[in-house]
Design a protein around this ligand. Sequence first.
Ligand SMILES: *[C@@H]1O[C@H](CO)[C@@H](O)[C@H](O)[C@H]1NC(C)=O
Ligand SMILES: *[C@@H]1O[C@H](CO)[C@@H](O)[C@H](O)[C@H]1NC(C)=O
Ligand SMILES: *[C@@H]1O[C@H](CO)[C@@H](O)[C@H](O)[C@H]1NC(C)=O
Ligand SMILES: *[C@@H]1O[C@H](CO)[C@@H](O)[C@H](O)[C@H]1NC(C)=O
Ligand SMILES: *[C@@H]1O[C@H](CO)[C@@H](O)[C@H](O)[C@H]1NC(C)=O
Length: 458
Amino acid sequence: MRPSLRAAGTVGLLAGVINAVQIDFTNDDSIKEGASTVAFGLLKYYTGNNTGDVPGNLPDPYFWWEAGAMFGTMIDYWHYTGDETYNDVTTQAMLHQVGRDQDFMPENQTSTEGNDDQGFWAMAAMSAAENNFPNPPEDQPQWLALVQAVFNEYVTRWDEQKCGGGLRWQIFTFNNGFNYKNSISNGCFFNVASRLARYTGNQTYADWAEKVWDWMTETQLIDDEFNIYDGGGVEEECKNVNRAQWTYNAGIFLQGAAVMYNYTEGNDTWKQRLDGLLTRTTDYFFVDGIVIEHQCEPFGLCDVDQQTFKGYLMRWMASTQILAPYTADTIAPLIQTSAAGAAEQCSGSTGAPEFKGEAGTACGFQWTKKSDFDGLVGVGPQMSALSAIQYTLVKRAAGPVTADTGGTSVGNVNAGASYEDKVPQLAPITMGEKVAAGFMTTAVVFSVMGGSFFIMKE
Ligand SMILES: *[C@@H]1O[C@H](CO)[C@@H](O)[C@H](O)[C@H]1NC(C)=O
Ligand SMILES: *[C@@H]1O[C@H](CO)[C@@H](O)[C@H](O)[C@H]1NC(C)=O
Ligand SMILES: *[C@@H]1O[C@H](CO)[C@@H](O)[C@H](O)[C@H]1NC(C)=O
Ligand SMILES: *[C@@H]1O[C@H](CO)[C@@H](O)[C@H](O)[C@H]1NC(C)=O
Ligand SMILES: *[C@@H]1O[C@H](CO)[C@@H](O)[C@H](O)[C@H]1NC(C)=O
């Protein structure tokens, strides 16, 4: 993920026309129909399946990781609605982005890729395994093995030299952000480790989940009141905690804790952690039952990345409700009020040039405004609204499978590659170029290698 860039486009507010996506939340067919309309609008932003374009990439200004998050959303969309329309495009995108080492580090992205970027693709593959999303052809990489590759690489990147452990934000030393250890990167590790433990039954994964949790609490990135803060700098031994709280950090640890609770068959320590996270999440992030991104939403300052976060909180709360059924009474009503607000915001008129879905159904971002369309549209608002809406369907859905309960994805405990293996591939491109060579040189170098990135991390 990148520091703030231009936010998505703004749609003119055409008065009078209130289309919106009308949903009766007591009726599953109505929810599915609404979800289908919003999903259609979302996938219209995607151009990776056009001739000459690259499968798996979203157009500017959306970064690569967001596409991974989008296909993760679409895997759940299929699971909860049964609509197969987007399965082929999803499989094509996922497989195109696996990269040489089958670990979601494709050449075009590797030099700027962070642990969190890789994690969002891995979590999409994990959802595919857990939902029994159609397996790729046998000669292609398999969902479970892809996640194991990312897990194995995370293990090699665990860094005890600074802050007593933890993953750094960035993978490579030459990227800014290498000196920052953040909650979302460690959240990705915690999340895939706990889910791999549950899916495979292999305790090694659970031990790593525990280790990440312990490190997060020791550094107070998760404090005693279960606030989750953004991260800390390695030069300060992570003591200079950046105290911004984001919905996706709350969600990623919430789901992981629910998975651990479920995997341990109701262990009381994990229940207390889960309860603490859930209470803090619902107290802090919900206003009148509707989720809000406090750091930026009230000021209209959420960037393209941040516009997606609320959707992941919906995703992970929904999963929590399945894995720890006693939380459903708390969670289900909050997803529903959020979804109702989101659906009312999906009333953008035809004025949005970049929106190619059904006229009058472009989703805005501030769900607390309900039918007062806020005009902020793009992949993030559209995907978040889809998430809130589709996750109201979980109440009757089957739980995620495991290898023992019908899961069919093939794994490989040895998947992944070493850092040393990757750096030489990158050497002529990035490390060889002195930082002093500056922005223009970097831009030229990137365009020479055919990558689409010329925006460097700040
Ligand atoms: C790409 O996929 C989208 C979503 O399924 C679809 O609307 C579009 O027609 C596809 N484009 C091509 C060229 O197949
Ligand atoms: C529950 O989990 C905690 C944390 O992993 C562990 O220390 C404890 O021994 C577990 N309790 C039981 C009864 O297994
Ligand atoms: C674990 O999740 C399943 C749903 O997949 C649920 O039926 C079961 O009750 C959960 N276990 C616990 C201890 O809550
Ligand atoms: C469990 O996972 C670890 C870590 O990847 C691996 O080394 C070990 O072989 C796995 N055990 C089994 C029985 O698959
Ligand atoms: C890398 O980018 C080039 C140029 O855009 C493209 O042709 C190629 O398909 C991309 N490779 C992958 C694996 O995405």
